[in-house]
Design a protein around this ligand. Structure first.
Ligand code: GLA
Length: 531
């Protein structure tokens, strides 16, 4: 009888331990002693009952969001002061009344891959295959001279087609016509321009990369990572074409190779190597890509140079729409990646202009208007996306990838583009150390469905020190008078006075009880920093 009881009890325990009541990140990261936030979202019909913090005494469970907004509890406090692996256990009352337990892993480290979202420049949407040492050197000069490196855009990434189409996985090498000094010579040249520059490279978790031009790295992860490391590379964008197995199995070995390299780099006092997973959101990478070793992952298809677009060809709005309900999967060192921003392409880019009816545009697509460009920067920063540029920053831009190969207008990337991309207030929202993704406030928005052509979208982002950023986007082409929000609906106190800064024009006002948005011109996003 006693034996039967023990068997029944242990079967019951296993059932509890396995129950998966949380639908949010379960592997979290923090830097020692930093402010920490983890939003605990339980599955439909379930509620978070409590958290057993074990040895992590500096964290507490908060429930002040149970009456407004998305109604969830969250963990808040200060991360442990010492590096190490910690856990806490979340108790979830499931819809059927059973109690489930979920263990959250918390890695506290001074050498996280990407404590804040990566900022940089990628070759793909301007050059496609047509890359070379000289061209990307010219781009990097532009990054330095236009103040973009000062603003934080420090990672220059060689996307697809840097290798020859003749090599195999076992003898992967660069195309010496494009890179006559090799990749290490290229890296050295870029470091010579500015010691803050880091260089990233591209490969694929399958047989061949997406251009079907050069081999992927699946099965040769350690060899390829060692090769990239020997060239002085610090980051890998890892794509998902021509894969041979499931997404997780395809990515995991590269994550392990990067983790091994990073253990060695830490011993040697070198900065960590960064792994960006480019799986386009098809297999919900936000649920597994951290376990596969990445610190950011694409959550959408390839971004297009248009305002709305669709799920498969996402413009500014459709990209944000695809990403908007994924906020509970983001955090420090785990970011949903909205893909390259198309600001500065002005309708003359390469692959990002392959939209229906415009395979290669030759200038047919006009590109984003000023308001649309500002909205893209606003939404990418609210969502804590990596910020990757792809516009031609050379002193004499050319249009190699879009068949319109003549010399471009010298002012292709305008002073206005640079002002948008370097606005320190909006960048600070992207780079906020709390690492949160803004919540889409469905209840305060009027756009209704995803991919709508009109309406207002409202996002609220938690920042360090209890500060908030609030963005309001006018999706449509007609000016609208923006709403007045009760501060309590924005997770703020209705009783306190706050300083409110309009991020795009720097205007400061004191607000109490409510936030008045006032008029929004077509496609405009206003962003408010409330502290
Ligand atoms: C995929 C990726 C793009 C780019 C290309 C290169 O489409 O999503 O960002 O890297 O491959 O072939």
């Amino acid at each position: 009888m006693r034996k039967i009881f023990i068997i029944v009890l242990s079967a019951f325990t296993v059932l509890i331990a396995k129950a998966d009541g949380l639908k949010c990140a379960k592997w979290m990261y923090a830097e020692p002693g930093k402010e920490y936030m983890h939003k605990l979202v339980a599955e439909e019909g379930a509620t978070v009952e409590g958290v057993d913090f074990g040895g992590v005494a500096s964290l507490t469970l908060k429930d002040d969001r149970m009456v407004v907004g998305h109604r969830y509890k969250y963990v808040h406090g200060t991360a442990p002061q010492s590096e190490g692996e910690y856990t806490y256990t979340v108790k979830v009352r499931m819809a059927d009344g059973m109690l489930a337990e979920d263990t959250v892993k918390l890695t506290v480290s001074n050498s996280l891959q990407s404590p804040t979202p990566m900022m940089g420049w990628l070759t793909w949407n301007w050059f496609a295959r047509e890359i070379s040492h000289d061209k990307i050197y010219g781009i990097t000069e532009g990054l330095v001279n236009k103040g973009l490196v000062d603003a934080g855009y420090n990672t220059v990434v060689l996307d697809d087609a840097w290798a020859t189409n003749q090599c195999q996985k076992e003898n992967l090498t660069y195309d010496s016509r494009k890179f006559p000094r090799g990749i290490s010579g290229f890296v050295e040249a870029l470091h010579g321009l500015d010691s803050r520059i880091r260089v990233g490279i591209y490969s694929d978790a399958g047989v061949m990369t997406c251009e079907n031009y050069q081999p992927g790295s699946y099965g040769f992860e350690r060899e390829h990572i060692a090769l990239f490391d020997s060239w002085g590379i610090d980051m890998l964008k890892y794509d998902f074409c021509n894969s041979e197995t499931t997404a997780f199995e395809s990515y995991k070995p590269m994550g392990e190779a990067v983790a091994e390299l990073n253990a060695q780099r830490k011993k040697d006092g070198r900065r960590p190597f960064v792994l960006n997973i480019c799986e386009w959101g098809s297999n919900e990478p936000w649920t597994w890509a951290a376990d596969a070793g990445g610190s950011s992952w694409r959550s959408t298809s390839d971004a297009r140079e248009c305002w709305l677009g669709s799920k498969g060809l996402p413009g500014v709005l459709a990209g944000a729409d695809c990403n908007r309900d994924l906020w509970m999967w983001a955090g420090v060192n785990r970011y949903n990646d909205l893909d390259m921003m198309v600001i500065g392409l002005h309708g003359l880019g390469g692959p990002s202009n392959y939209t229906e009816g415009h395979y290669s545009n030759g200038g047919v697509i006009e590109g984003l208007t000023h308001q649309q460009a500002q909205s893209q920067m606003s939404l990418w920063c609210m969502m804590g996306s990596p910020l990757s540029l792809t516009c031609d920053l050379r002193s004499v831009p050319r249009g190699e990838a879009n068949k319109n190969t003549g010399v471009m207008p010298v002012q292709l990337v305008t002073d206005n583009d640079i002002a948008i991309l370097t606005n320190p207030r909006i960048i600070a929202i992207d780079q906020d150390a709390l690492g949160q993704q803004a919540e889409y406030m469905e209840m305060l928005s009027t756009s209704g469905e995803r991919f709508a052509e009109s309406g207002i979208d409202v996002y609220v982002k938690d920042l360090t020190g209890g500060r908030k950023a609030v963005s309001v986007t006018n999706r449509g082409d007609v000016a609208v008078y923006g709403p007045v929000f009760n501060l309590s609906d924005l997770y703020l106190s209705p009783k306190k006075k706050y300083m409110c800064t309009e991020v795009w024009n720097g205007k400061k006002t004191t607000i109490k009880k409510e936030l008045k948005v006032q008029h929004l011109v077509p496609f405009e996003t206003k962003v408010f920093l409330i502290e």
